[in-house]
Design a protein around this ligand. Structure first.
Ligand code: ASP
Ligand code: MG
Length: 426
């Protein structure tokens, strides 16, 4: 007997037929004797629809009310799955975020989970009842509904898995694992059987859409084993999840321990792209202590994450341009808050560009090898692709380029790092 958290994404929940398939899968794990909690997303497209209503109602909407609106998508699917499970003869009930409760911070639209009360949940699971939990939502200390940021159901699933000390968190999604890059761009991309938390964290943070970044960080911190699985295999297949070929996300030690100095493990594990960034440049920012703090302080105060930052050297003018990227969805709010802080920061003008993409190469192998960045720059230069900004971490190099070159850049780099699968080999 194992305790398993199963998480189903929006594509798996899109419509009653699919929800019935999900119920059949859950039933399989229950029949194998496992205790199961299921975390669900809203139906595919539903959250976008709800977000658009908010924007239409007012572009500068109150995030607390936005949360009330967008959290509803998961309430619908959790109830529907509980009904489908009951119809399939599996005892089940839904537990909404405020009922458990899932206690979260009050940063509406970007809340963090602080704690989950598990007593009722564990009692239900132990009694053989499946607990169905809407992802993406929590409750603030003031008792208001909060949401965890787009894609937050993955984080809900990992948090539930950590709280109930689950043996595994199986994430069912519309891809059957984690690939070296997006197979729609590079048909010869390969599925990885194992990825480390750190690699997955970097891949997720730079646009590999498989998992929400925060969920991976949380899994790493809490030591939750995550398995990424396809939600599309044959519903009549009777195999339980521990025998399916997905991608396991595990600690460094497990990867190193099992494959040792395996030459097969490439220096670069994966290449990701992200078209959801926007570039902002503030011109003629005074070059003096505190200037940068006055730019990024107001952005942080409204929970906008800044990613790449470039500040040029002021030559003789006493001022310098500062360029950085923010999520495209936050651009309007970012420009608004920067406009309000214009006098305080003392810049001349705002310039922004949404036709940019971030391309990242990721791999723990980078720690012990030089030359990864130069291979990247040379391969891009070779194709005449201009680099607008660069950022690096211990296991990642990212560049910002013109959006139109995204696919070309990914293909060129996949080949440059030797990641293309042999013809005919998986
Ligand atoms: N429904 C939410 C979203 O689309 C949360 C999730 O599915 O993970 O962002
Ligand atoms: Mg998702």
């Amino acid at each position: 007997m194992a305790r398993i958290v199963m998480k189903f994404g929006g594509t798996s929940m899109a419509g009653i037929e699919r929800i019935r398939n999900v119920a059949a899968r859950v039933k399989r794990e229950v029949a194998a004797g496992h205790q199961v909690a299921v975390v669900v997303s809203a139906m595919a497209g539903e959250t976008d629809r709800l977000v658009n209503f908010c924007r239409e109602a007012s572009p500068l909407y109150d995030p607390a009310e936005y949360d009330v609106v967008v959290a509803s998508g998961e309430q619908v699917t959790s109830g529907l799955l509980a009904i489908a499970l009951q119809a399939a003869g599996v005892p089940a009930r839904s537990w909404l975020g405020w009922q458990l409760p899932i206690r979260s911070s009050s940063a509406h639209a970007a809340a963090r989970i602080d704690a989950i009360d598990t007593a009722a949940l564990v009692a239900a699971m132990e009694s053989g009842e499946v607990a169905v939990i809407p992802g993406f939502q929590g409750m603030t200390e003031a008792g208001r509904v909060a949401t965890l940021g787009r894609g937050g159901s993955d984080t809900s699933a990992v948090a539930v898995a950590a709280a109930v000390k689950a043996d595994r968190c199986d994430i069912y999604t519309d891809v059957d694992g984690v690939y070296t890059t997006d197979p729609r761009i590079v048909p010869r991309a390969r599925k990885l059987s194992r990825v480390t938390y750190e690699e997955m964290l970097e891949l997720a943070s730079v646009g590999a859409k498989v998992l929400q970044t925060r969920s991976v960080g949380l899994a790493m911190k809490e030591g939750v084993r995550i398995q990424v699985l396809s939600s599309f295999d044959d519903p009549n297949n009777s195999a339980t999840a521990d025998t399916l070929p997905g991608t396991m996300i595990v600690g460094d030690a497990e990867v190193m321990g099992e494959i040792g100095d395996d030459m097969e493990r490439q220096l670069i594990t994966g290449i990701a792209h992200d078209k959801n960034e926007a570039k902002i440049t503030l011109t003629q920012v005074p070059d003096k202590p505190g200037a940068v703090a006055r730019i990024f302080g107001p952005l942080a105060a409204i929970n906008i994450n800044v990613d790449m930052i470039i500040q040029n050297i002021a030559h003789n003018s006493g001022s310098t341009d500062v360029t950085f990227t923010v999520p495209q969805a936050e651009l309007a709010r970012a420009l608004d808050v920067l406009e309000k802080a214009k006098a305080d920061i003392g810049y001349d003008a705002q310039v922004h560009d949404t036709k940019v993409a971030k391309i990242s190469v990721v791999g723990v192998g980078m720690r012990s090898h030089a030359g990864v960045a130069s291979t990247m720059f040379a391969a891009l230069a070779d194709r005449g692709i201009n680099i607008q900004a660069i950022s690096t971490s211990e296991i990642k190099v990212s560049v910002l380029i013109e959006e139109d070159y995204t696919e070309l850049a990914v293909r060129v780099l996949h080949t440059a790092y030797g990641l293309d699968a042999e013809e005919g080999v998986e």
